[in-house]
Design a protein around this ligand. Structure first.
Ligand code: UDP
Length: 318
C-alpha cells in the first residue's frame, strides 16, 4: 500500500469529501482540515474507521502544519451564494490568508498543489462560452465580490507561487456542480428545487428563469480533478459540463424526475446574477482527455435518493 499523503483543505464540504473518497480509493492517505463553517462532519462520517483517513478541525486562516504531504488540494471556502453572503469576510480571508497558508505547506514540503477555483472568475461574462483565456467581467464591489474577488486573488497567489517559488500548481475552474452531499439548505438552485419539489412547495425561479447554467455531476467533476492533478498544466483549466440549461429548463427536469406536482413561482433576480455560463472545455479535452459523461437528468436521478433522505431527515427533526 502506498504511503503517499494528501491534504485537503475544506475536505468536509460537498466536493472536498467526494475528493477524499476518490483519493482514498487510489491508495492515498488523506488528511482533511476544515473549520466546519460550511462543511459538515456528516460528509465524512463513513470514513470514521478508515485508518488512512484523518480529520483535523481547524481554521486554515490560522497558521497550521499537518506534517509532510505530497499533495495539497486547497478546497476551503464557502461556495454557495447564500453561504458567501452570510460569511463574506471569512470568504475573503480564506481566499487570501488561507490560500497563502495552503501554498506555504506545498512550498515547505515540495508538494504538488491543486486549487478549486470557479467560473465566478468570469463574473457576468461578455464572452460565451467561456474560455480560460477570458479575463472576466466582474463587479469588484457588488454582493458577489467577496467570493469572485477572493477566488481571483486565490488564482493570482497560486500563479505567483509558481513564478516566484516554483511550486508545482494546478487551477481547476469549476462550473455549477451538483450531486449527493450538497447541503439541502445552502440556497443553490439544485438543492432548492429538489427540496421544494419533494415537499410539494413551489419551485422558486429567480427572475424570468432565462438565465443559464451548465451543470456538472460530481463524479465527472472529481474525475476531472484527478486528471488535472496528474497533469503538468499550471494555468487554469475549466472543469465543467458544457451542456447549458436555462433555470426554467432545470426546474422542468427536477419536476420530471421527482414526479412532483409543484408549480413554479417567480421571485426577484438577485443583484449581479450572471446571465449565462457555459465552459469551453477544449483545453480539458485536449490536455486531460476528459469530458463529462453524465447529463443533467441522469445526474439528478442519481442524486434523488440522497435528496429524499435529506428531506426526510430534516422533517424528522422539526
Ligand atoms: N436560482 C433560482 N432559484 C433558486 C436558487 C437559484 O432561480 O431557488 C437561480 C439563480 O438566480 C442563478 C442560478 O439559479 O441564476 C444558479 O444559482 P446558484 O445559487 O445555484 O449558483 P450560481 O451559479 O449563481 O453561483
Amino acid at each position: 500500500m502506498s504511503q503517499r499523503r494528501a491534504l485537503i483543505t475544506g475536505g468536509a464540504g460537498f466536493l472536498g469529501s467526494h475528493l477524499a473518497d476518490a483519493l482514498l480509493s487510489e491508495g492515498w492517505n488523506v488528511v482533511v482540515v476544515d473549520n466546519l463553517l460550511t462543511g459538515r462532519p456528516a460528509n465524512l462520517a463513513h470514513l470514521s474507521r478508515e485508518p488512512r483517513f484523518e480529520f483535523i478541525e481547524k481554521d486554515i486562516c490560522q497558521p497550521f502544519d499537518v506534517g509532510k504531504v505530497e499533495y495539497v488540494f486547497h478546497f476551503a471556502s464557502p461556495a454557495s451564494p447564500e453561504d458567501y453572503h452570510a460569511h463574506g469576510i471569512e470568504t475573503l480571508q480564506v481566499g487570501s490568508i488561507g490560500t497563502f497558508h495552503a501554498l506555504e505547506i506545498a512550498r515547505k514540503y515540495g508538494a504538488k498543489y491543486l486549487v478549486s477555483s470557479t467560473s465566478e472568475c468570469y463574473g457576468d461574462p461578455l464572452e460565451h462560452p467561456q474560455k480560460e483565456t477570458y479575463w472576466g467581467h466582474v463587479n469588484p464591489v457588488g454582493p458577489r465580490s467577496v467570493y469572485d474577488e477572493a477566488k481571483r486573488f486565490t488564482e493570482a497567489a497560486t500563479v505567483a507561487y509558481r513564478r516566484y517559488h516554483n511550486v508545482d500548481v494546478r487551477i481547476a475552474r469549476i462550473f455549477n456542480t451538483y450531486g449527493p452531499r450538497m447541503q439541502i439548505r445552502d440556497g443553490r438552485v439544485v438543492p432548492n428545487f429538489m427540496r421544494q419539489a419533494l415537499t410539494g412547495r413551489d419551485l422558486t425561479v429567480y427572475g424570468n428563469g432565462n438565465q443559464t447554467r451548465s451543470f456538472c455531476y460530481v463524479s465527472d467533476e472529481i474525475e476531472g480533478f484527478l486528471r488535472l492533478a496528474k497533469s503538468d498544466e499550471h494555468m487554469p483549466v475549466n472543469i465543467g459540463n458544457p451542456n447549458e440549461f436555462t433555470i426554467l429548463e432545470c426546474a422542468q427536469v427536477v419536476l420530471k424526475i421527482t414526479e412532483s406536482k409543484s408549480r413554479i413561482r417567480h421571485e426577484p433576480l438577485p443583484q449581479d446574477d450572471p446571465r449565462q455560463r457555459r465552459p469551453d472545455i477544449t483545453k480539458a479535452r485536449e490536455l486531460l482527455g476528459w469530458e463529462p459523461k453524465i447529463d443533467l437528468e441522469t445526474g439528478l436521478r442519481l442524486s434523488l435518493d440522497y435528496f429524499k433522505n435529506a428531506v426526510a431527515a430534516e422533517s424528522a427533526v422539526r
